[in-house]
Structure formats: structure tokens, C-alpha cells
Design a protein around this ligand. Structure first.
Ligand code: NAD
Ligand SMILES: O=C(O)C(=O)C[C@@H](O)[C@H](O)[C@H](O)COP(=O)(O)O
Length: 548
């Protein structure tokens, strides 16, 4: 019987996609995910399908996706966590090599966090996890030919256990040839993270690996005649190399050099770019490539969003911060005299290439700045990130650290889940702003000479204190903020005499509504929530805790 080599079932967060991709790699086959098929068929993210059309409709789409994949896919197939709830879907799995990846409730809470981005776990997650597991375990066992426990195992160990249980031989896979002489790319070791299309935008992928620039022409495509490579002064050589490479591929390629860091995020710099595009005759099928840190990708995306009311763009982030945050999710923008990121647009890229080799030249303070956003992802959604940083804080300060790729990938996955269901920040996306209300006020106060991550670090300690004083966050978690941020060398305090100015600056924060200040605080790790209009005395007291 032809069909998938292996079908993976199990609860959300058990690691079906990570393990599935590893298995596909080891078996020399391809990986497919019915959730991605459903998203592609419906043209919207799964939480949106649930919200707009209900679970029944979602299950029908999923059933069809499983039917199609079983008929046409010969590699590794992963099903959504709830697929087995549907009797017809279970029947489709009869006689197939189905592996149930299991985990216990504590492991589920630890891995998924109490993550509000998961559509089924929005309220009282621990209890819901238990109920959900109890209800689904017999169904997983009904369809499975083998069960592989994932608790306390790495994805590699789980993949090996699956291969052993299924008695499937591993095959060595050659790197996929790029077909282009001056580019090299390797599929092995590259992680592809899907960002769902939402609000009428297309889905796209974030690739994390090495030697990824060979992917650029594929992403740019044949319709583009011209390409503009925007890069900061610090990456003049890289920018020129990318431009020359694209010119050698037949594109009319120009490089536009931007100032380093925050100095690039001005209307004057944007106008300079518009002028260059105009003089090059840039049309709607042409493509912008932003190569650099978050400041560069913010400007590149904004220029792409505003030129001809929107042209495609690709992000090639070269800092940790840009890889895990700025380049993903389509928030683009510039600063004005009144504040940070006050002008911009939601304009997702068509692809993001995170080449880890770029991090080798990053100064340590810029590397550490990016750790603030990684730690943010840990507090709002993925506690494993915090465990990894705490296990080796020195390693977390350098690209050579043992967990670099995992920390980056985990953080991107957090962002992917959020922006894949709420691109335009109508609700859930606000959680990514944890620590940013005060951070942006500090950055403006410092005329953008403070690094973004440093300001976010102080902002998160402030938000933790605010949560604690508002009676929402326990002492241990609030204290953990200080410990983990300090352990990697991030600051915890800011000038005590600046509160009136900071308060003024915070009024134009994008989460404010009228005169109401709104902050993201935590009810616990992985439990972000909104605190509206806190008492000014509580705000001041929280600031007292971060005042130097
Ligand atoms: N759009 C979003 O969702 C989002 C998210 C987070 C942060 N941001 C924005 O990102 C910006 C911060 O980004 P950042 O921390 O990447 O800083 P950055 O872009 O200012 O880069 C820091 C410095 O490193 C240089 N640089 C970049 N890559 C390098 C490399 N590989 N080697 C050597 N030098 C390199 C830059 O030229 C710059 O001088 C802020 O403006 C922040 O507001 C945006
Ligand atoms: O992607 C988001 O949404 C974020 O809030 C991510 C933040 O880390 C980032 O700094 C973002 O640029 C802040 O956005 P803003 O809307 O507060 O300017």
C-alpha cells in the first residue's frame, strides 16, 4: 500500500513537526503537515478558522487534508492534535503506520507554556490540558501502531525511538544542489518555520541555518526585474556582495546604504530610499531585500510597504534581535520626533533568511541586546527558553553557545504563533509588547543611544514589578526576571529622576487608548495579560523598583 512512511499523531506541542522534520531528513523523504494544508486551503490561520467558522468546519477541512495527504504523500506526515476526534479521519488511518507521540500533562504545560496563542487552551490551561489528554488518549491509541513517549527526551532521541520502533533504516541525504553556480544551500540543518497568512496576507517561511543566501533568488522569483538591497553602513561589504550576487543572477540590482542602528529609522532615510527606487524605475513586481539588524529590516519593510503602496520584500536579519523578532511578523516602521515606531505599516515579508553565520561578527553588546527579546519570548510563552538561558548564561552571550540555534528557533516559533493569528495587533499580538511600554519611553529619552534590548530588559523588570504590585505575579517569577536578565549582562535599572518624562513618553504607546495607559503583565510564566489604567501610585512604586 503506498502512502506516508510514517503518520505522527499526538497532542499539540508534543513536537510532531520538529520530530517529523528530523524523521524526514533521516529517511531521505519529505515532511508534510496537515495543519499547514488546512491553513493553505482556508487562506487563514487555524485560530481564525475556529473563530470565524467553528470547530466542525475546521475538522471537515482537516479530514480532507488527511485524505489528500494519505493518497498523495509518501514521506512523513504529521496530523493536528485534534484530528483523531473525527471518526472518518480515524478510519482513514486504518492499516497505516501511525505513531502516537505521547507526553504527560506536566510536560505539556512545560512545553507549550500556558500559551494563549493555542486556540484550544485559552482558559485555565492546566485543567484543560488534563481533560483534553484524558479524552484523546484512547483515540490516539486506537489509531496508533506504536506509542513513543516524548517526556524528558530531545527531539533527536524521540526521532531515533520512532525509527527503532518502526524498524525503519536511516538514509544519508546529500545536500540539495542549488542549481546556481555562485550560491550554495543546504537543506540539512536548515529549520523552516511557517508563518501563517492572516488578514489577507500570504503565508511565508523563516529559514534558520547557514549558507542561506542561495535561497534569495528563489524567493525573489522570475517576475522581478529590479532588486534593491538595503543594508547598514556596518555591513557595506555584505550588502555589496549580495547585490553583486543578484546582479550575476540577471537582476538589475542596486544597493542602498543606510546609517547604522536607529539613525536609519527616520523619514529622511526613508525618503532617500524612495528617491533611489524612483530613479531606478522600481515597479510593483520588483523586490526589496533588507540585510541587517532590526533597524534596517524595520526601514526596509517600511519602504517596501509605502513604495507604490506596497511591493514585496525579503528580510535577511543579521542580528539575534532581528532574527527572533524584528524581521518576523511584518511590523515595519520609523521613529518620529514624538516617539518610537510611530509611523509604519503591517507589511509581512515574503521570506526571512536567518543565516546564523552572520552573528559571528556581531559585537557582544548587540548580541546580548537580542537576548532580551529571547528572554521575553520565554516569559510570555516558552519557559524552556528560560531554562536554557539559566543553564548556561555565559553561552547565551555568544553565537558559539550550545543552545544558540534552539533559543533562536524557539523564540521565532513563539512569534510565529502569535503573528500567524493576529497580524494587526487586534488583541493577542500585544503580548509581544511585554516590557516595551517603558522600553520605548527610555529609548526616546536616551535619543535612541540605548540599545533596544537593554531598554526592553529594564521594561520587563518594570512590568514584572507592576504585575507583582497589582497582585497578579508571584514573587519568585518577578525575581526570576532580574536573575535571568542580569545573568546575561542586561541592565535592570534606569535613572530615577526621569519618571515624569517617561510617563509623558508612554502616553503615545500604541497600546494606549485615549488617556488610558495599558501594559502587558504576567499572571505567571506563559500567562500574559493586559493591565489597563493602573493606579498612578502603583506605576510610580513599580518604577521605584527599577530606579537607579
Ligand atoms: N518590527 C519589529 O517587530 C521589531 C521587533 C523588535 C525590535 N525591532 C526594532 O529593531 C531595532 C533593533 O534591532 P537590532 O538590535 O538588530 O539593532 P540594529 O539594527 O540597530 O543593529 C545594531 C548594530 O549592529 C550592526 N550590525 C547588524 N548586523 C551586524 C552584524 N552581523 N555584524 C556586525 N554588525 C552588525 C548594525 O549596523 C547596528 O550598528 C529597533 O529599532 C527596534 O525597535 C522591531
Ligand atoms: O511584533 C510585535 O508585535 C512586537 O511588539 C515586537 C516588539 O518586540 C518590537 O519591539 C516592536 O517593534 C514593537 O512594536 P510597537 O508597535 O510597540 O512599536
Amino acid at each position: 500500500m503506498s502512502g506516508p512512511l510514517i503518520v505522527l499523531v499526538g497532542p499539540m506541542g508534543v513536537g510532531k513537526s520538529t520530530v517529523g522534520e528530523l524523521l524526514a531528513e533521516r529517511l531521505g523523504s519529505s515532511y508534510r503537515d496537515t495543519d499547514a494544508d488546512v491553513v493553505a486551503a482556508a487562506g487563514k490561520a487555524i485560530p481564525e478558522i475556529f473563530f470565524d467558522e467553528g470547530e466542525e468546519r475546521f475538522r471537515a477541512l482537516e479530514r480532507q487534508a488527511v485524505r489528500d495527504a494519505i493518497a498523495g504523500h509518501t514521506g512523513v506526515l504529521a496530523l493536528g492534535g485534534g484530528a483523531v476526534l473525527d471518526g472518518e479521519t480515524r478510519a482513514l488511518l486504518a492499516g497505516r503506520p501511525v505513531v502516537y507521540l505521547s507526553m504527560d500533562v506536566d510536560e505539556a504545560v512545560r512545553r507549550v507554556g500556558l500559551n494563549t496563542a493555542r486556540p484550544l487552551l485559552a482558559v485555565n490551561p492546566r485543567r484543560q490540558w488534563r481533560e483534553l489528554m484524558d479524552a484523546r488518549r484512547p483515540l490516539y491509541e486506537e489509531v496508533a501502531t506504536v506509542t513513543v513517549a516524548t517526556d524528558a527526551r530531545t527531539p533527536e532521541e524521540v526521532a531515533q525511538a520512532v525509527l527503532d520502533a518502526m524498524e525503519l533504516p536511516e538514509r544519508t541525504v546529500e545536500a540539495v544542489p542549488s542549481g546556481r553556480e555562485n550560491t550554495r544551500m543546504t537543506e540539512q540543518g536548515t529549520t523552516r518555520i511557517q508563518i501563517a497568512g492572516t488578514a489577507g496576507t500570504d503565508p511565508y517561511e523563516v529559514l534558520v541555518g547557514r549558507q542561506l543566501l542561495g535561497e534569495l533568488p528563489n524567493l525573489i522569483g522570475d517576475r522581478a526585474k529590479r532588486v534593491a538591497v538595503l543594508h547598514p553602513e556596518a555591513l557595506a561589504e555584505t550588502g555589496e556582495a549580495v547585490r553583486a550576487d543578484l546582479a550575476a543572477q540577471g537582476y538589475e540590482a542596486i544597493a542602498i546604504q543606510l546609517p547604522n542602528a536607529e539613525e536609519a529609522k527616520t523619514v529622511e532615510v526613508a525618503a532617500y530610499c524612495w528617491k533611489a527606487l524612483g530613479q531606478t524605475g522600481f515597479t510593483r513586481t520588483d523586490v526589496i531585500v533588507g540585510v541587517g539588524g532590526g533597524a534596517t529590516t524595520d526601514v526596509a519593510g517600511f519602504v517596501a510597504a509605502s513604495w507604490l503602496r506596497g511591493v514585496p520584500w525579503i528580510a535577511v536579519p543579521t542580528t539575534v534581535l532581528a532574527m527572533v523578532d524584528a524581521a518576523v511578523g511584518g511590523k515595519t516602521g520609523i521613529n518620529t520626533a514624538e516617539g518610537k515606531n510611530l509611523v509604519g505599516a503591517f507589511h509581512p515579508p515574503t521570506g526571512v533568511l536567518c543565516d546564523l553565520a552572520a552573528l559571528d561578527s556581531l559585537p557582544v553588546h548587540d548580541y546580548v541586546s537580542g537576548m532580551a527579546e529571547i528572554i521575553k519570548a520565554g516569559f510570555i510563552a516558552d519557559p524552556v527558553i528560560l531554562d536554557l538561558v539559566e543553564a548556561d548564561p555565559q553561552g547565551a552571550r555568544t553565537p558559539a553557545g550550545p543552545h544558540t540555534a534552539e533559543l533562536i528557533e524557539r523564540s521565532i516559533r513563539v512569534k510565529a504563533e502569535v503573528v500567524g493569528s493576529d497580524l494587526k495587533e487586534s488583541g493577542l499580538r500585544e503580548i509581544l509588547n511585554y516590557g516595551h511600554t517603558l522600553a520605548h519611553a527610555i529609548e526616546k529619552n536616551e535619543r535612541y543611544k540605548w540599545r533596544h534590548g537593554a531598554a526592553v530588559s529594564v521594561g520587563m523588570v518594570f512590568a514584572a514589578e507592576l504585575g507583582r504590585l497589582a497582585g497578579r505575579l508571584d514573587d519568585a517569577t518577578a525575581d526570576r526576571h532580574r536573575a535571568v536578565l542580569e545573568s546575561v549582562g542586561l541592565p535592570l535599572t534606569y535613572r530615577g529622576d526621569q519618571w515624569p518624562k517617561l510617563l509623558e513618553n508612554m502616553k503615545v504607546d500604541k497600546k494606549s487608548r485615549g488617556d488610558l495607559l495599558r501594559f502587558i503583565v504576567l499572571d505567571g510564566i506563559g500567562k500574559p495579560t493586559v493591565l489597563e489604567g493602573p493606579d498612578p501610585a502603583v506605576l510610580l512604586a513599580a518604577y521605584g523598583e527599577v530606579s537607579a
